[in-house]
Write a protein that binds this ligand. Structure first.
Ligand SMILES: [Zn+2]
Length: 331
């Protein structure tokens, strides 16, 4: 049972908003696109595991996708956390093509692709580190002492795994997606002692969910861009993408392709939340949409499903529950 569903991260939505709004000839565009593709591939790998994880018996296993917790001064992030009454399992998912090679000495890992050897972070060590951090985190929060296992899951059907002779024990912590369920069953067979009762499981679920802190990724800072680098205005939907559409009597009209829309401003507001800041005032909205009338701005804001603080002219609007719906889809 999914306690936290596999959903696309806000980080990926931010890349999508930036890619849509940047000028097609902007020099940073290829870098943004390359990073976006890497994050999207990672997400697709995680998403592909939903099919396998759904086969786990309900409600015995609680599955959490993409959990980020604070330990000391730093956050650690777990692709999948699986909880049952006898153990916890941490999954580190990779979705890259190539041949992984796990060296015996120094625990180094390389990924061979197109004849090139690339040193990569050893995904088994990454998984182990997350598991160690989680163990500490659970102790700190006075949870019962429960074994924490870790696995590197290769979700890419075009990737192969090789291990240097003498390093075979590392295979205990590696599997391909199709053997994930078998691996979890093996761990369950070794751990039959129930450590947590139903009440403790519920408590731990609440603890994890309430402490989960989504990352605050500032994409403009990340690419050394300024708000001025992002053209304001309502954008005509693809394939036109023209900015800005004009507002005439309740309708957005594209001067480039004559497309008409009553709702095209919604994406512009989401883009503002994703790229500039997660709040907007009436005057900021007028600047964003290139409109003059405070009452029109007010009407548009009211129609949207936003939360707000403050009164009358000092009202500030925020995305509801901090969530920005994903309205763009990847190609
Ligand atoms: Zn257009």
């Amino acid at each position: 049972m999914f306690a936290k569903e596999c959903e696309i991260s806000e980080r990926i939505q931010k890349y999508e908003a930036l890619l849509a709004r940047l000028q097609p000839n902007h020099p940073i565009l290829p870098t943004v696109l390359a990073e976006y593709k890497t994050w999207l591939a990672g997400y697709k790998g995680e998403k592909s595991l939903v099919f396998y994880l759904s086969m786990l018996p309900d409600p015995k296993y609680l599955i959490f996708h993409n959990i980020r917790l604070l330990l000391g001064k730093y956050f650690f992030q777990i692709d999948y956390l699986i909880l049952c009454e006898a153990f916890v399992l941490v999954l580190e998912v990779k979705n890259r093509i190539g041949e992984y090679f796990f060296e015996k000495y120094l625990n180094q890992a390389t990924l061979k692709y197109n004849g090139q050897d690339e040193r990569v972070k050893n995904p088994v060590l990454q998984a182990r580190l997350q598991a160690m951090k989680l163990k500490k985190w659970l102790q700190k929060h006075n949870c019962p002492d429960i074994p924490v296992y870790h696995l590197f899951v290769n979700s890419n059907g075009k990737a192969t795994i090789r291990v240097e002779r003498g390093n075979e024990q590392i295979l205990q912590n590696i599997c391909n997606s199709e053997s994930l369920i078998e691996k979890i069953t093996q761990i369950a067979n070794y751990n039959k002692k129930e450590i947590l009762d139903l009440k403790e499981i519920r408590k731990m679920k609440r603890l994890i969910l309430t402490n989960h802190t989504p990352e605050d990724f500032e994409i403009l800072n990340h690419f050394h861009l300024l708000p001025n680098d992002i053209p304001s205005g309502v954008q005509c939907p693809p394939p036109c993408n023209f900015i800005p559409m004009k507002y005439e009597y309740g309708t957005w009209i594209c001067p480039n392709c004559q497309f008409k829309s009553k709702t095209a401003h919604i994406q512009a507001i989401y883009d503002h939340f994703l790229l500039i800041k997660p709040s907007i005032t009436n005057s900021e909205l007028r600047q964003l949409l290139h409109i003059n009338s405070p009452s029109v701005a007010n009407k548009l804001l009211k129609k949207m499903d936003l939360t707000f603080s403050g009164r009358k002219k000092s009202k500030i609007y925020f995305p509801k529950n901090g969530c920005i719906p994903r309205t763009r889809t990847s190609s």
